[in-house]
Ligand binder design. Sequence first.
Ligand code: UDP
Length: 231
Amino acid sequence: MEVYKGKAKSVIEGDGDTYVMEFRNDLTAGDGAKKASKEGKGALNAEISAKFFEVLIDAGIDTHFIRFEPPTKHIVKRVKIIPLEVICRNIATGSILKRYPFTQGQKFNPPLVEMGYKDDAYHDPFLNDAVALALGAARDVAELDKLREITLKVNSILSKFLLEKGITLVDFKLEFGRDKDGNLLLADEVTPDTCRFWDVETGEIMDKDRFRQDLGDVREFYREVKRRIGA
Ligand code: UDP
C-alpha cells in the first residue's frame, strides 16, 4: 500500500518495520510548477543516495537507510517525517540571493543552516525556532539544535568526501524523521535533486539547477556524479 507520493519519490509499506522508498523519474522545480520526466533519473538518484547514506552511516550518522534494492528502491526504517527542510549552505546561490544582499558565489564560513516548513501551498517558508515550535514541527529548541548539529556534521562529512572526487558541495536540503522509539534519524534522500554540486575545476553545474535553468544534459551530469562518487 502506498503511504505517500511525493514529487519525485513514492513510499510504500514494506515488511515489518520498513518502508520501500521508490525513486521515480519525475523532476520538478518551483514547488512543482515546472515538471518533466527523465528516463533513468530515478535509478541514478537511488544509486547516488544509497552511496551517500553509506558514507554517512560509516561516519556515525543515524539514518533510516537499510539497503538499496536496485534499480530504484531503498528499504528504509519506518519514520514519521518531521515537516522541516533543513538547508545548509557553503556558498551563496539560489533563493538566498533574493532574500539578502549576498553575492553569487560568496563563501559562508561557518556554513549557514536554515529551516523551512514543508508545505508547498505556502512555498516551504523559512521559519525561526518560535514559529517551528508553534507549528508543532519540533518538540523543543533542543531538538531543533540537534537537527542543526547533525546537518553541520553531514555537511563536513559530505564536503570532504565530495572534494576528493572533484565536486564542491554548494548547498543541500535534509529531512529527518522519528522512528517508533523516538530516535531522530536522517531520512529522505541526498541526491543532485536536493544538493547543489559544482565541478571543483570548472565550476560546471552538476545538479538539478541544470533542469531549473534549462541548461540541458541533466542525466549526463547525474551520471557523472554517480561515476565520480563510485556509486
Ligand atoms: N532544496 C530542496 N528542496 C526544496 C528546497 C531546496 O532540495 O524544497 C535544496 C536545493 O536543491 C538546494 C538547497 O536546498 O540544494 C538550497 O535551495 P534554495 O533555498 O537555494 O532554493 P532554490 O534556489 O532551489 O529555490
